[in-house]
Design a protein around this ligand. Sequence first.
Ligand code: KPL
Length: 318
Amino acid sequence: MQELHTNALGQLYNPVRQAGSVSPAHWHVLGAGAIGCLFASALRRSGCPATLLLRAGEDQDQATIQVEREGQTTQVQLGASPVSAPGHIGHLLVTTKAQDVHDAVLSVAHRLDASSQVLLLVNGLGFDHTLRTELPAPAYFHGSTTEGAYRLQRRHIRHAGRGVTRIGQPGRDSAPDWFGQWRRAVSPSHWDPLIAETLWLKLAINCAINPLSALHRCSNGELAGPQLAPQVAALCDEVIEVSAAAGFAKVTTHLHQQVADVISATAANRSSMLQDVLAGRSTEIDYINGHLIAVARHYGISTPHNQALYDRIIKLGN
Ligand code: KPL
């Protein structure tokens, strides 16, 4: 009898029949935060081998992830491997903070080659330029997700809200072989031929929400109030101007409304940057407003509102 597996939505399926003769990709995961744990456990539960990559000094070959969802806790057993181990990595999922991507991927460079597929599911933009020059061999993919998960304890997360995951490679219309299995594990996932636009829109929205909420230590919803809404609008205006210069005019046509929609849909949430500031972690500001400012500079555009917020976040010293 064939073994049935459960995908992240709790649906049963037969991985062998659905995947044809393709053996499941073995995913290694760098960055065991909330999203890393969520996707690693979903991949494992759907029948893909999945291994957490451990920092130097951590020495174990098994790891357990606990996922709380709608009051129920599921334990998922995965492989574990120190980054310094020798084995080849065919499929690498990177879910670190933007500022950690470069060093994290380089720490497993000896395990990657031209056949390796590296999926960067990371906030912000511009974190991979140096990496791609220093390590050009693997195929790099980008992703963006609206799945809502947060960390309760180490490798113990709550899956608070279902979202959509988009994956793509700029300039590539069709999905690679591994995407069929990925999609059964992490559902719903879409192959996105316009991933560059998707990532730019996410950046645009994050520029307007993240630093303001982090500086005022307020929930996303408070940005809609009379004191902060004009600042959100001023940030959006600058982002729209830079977007037009950078070839993303269409992406930000409705930016004011899109930002208002995200603020209202996530009203009770703390932005990821506020969470970083409150936890004393470094922020992703260089890869959000910092990236926008760098692109603006390239086109000779001044962005005083984004610059002022950038400077204030940098001054926090995280
Ligand atoms: O992506 C987010 C973040 O916090 O980084 C938003 C959309 C702003 C939700 O909080």
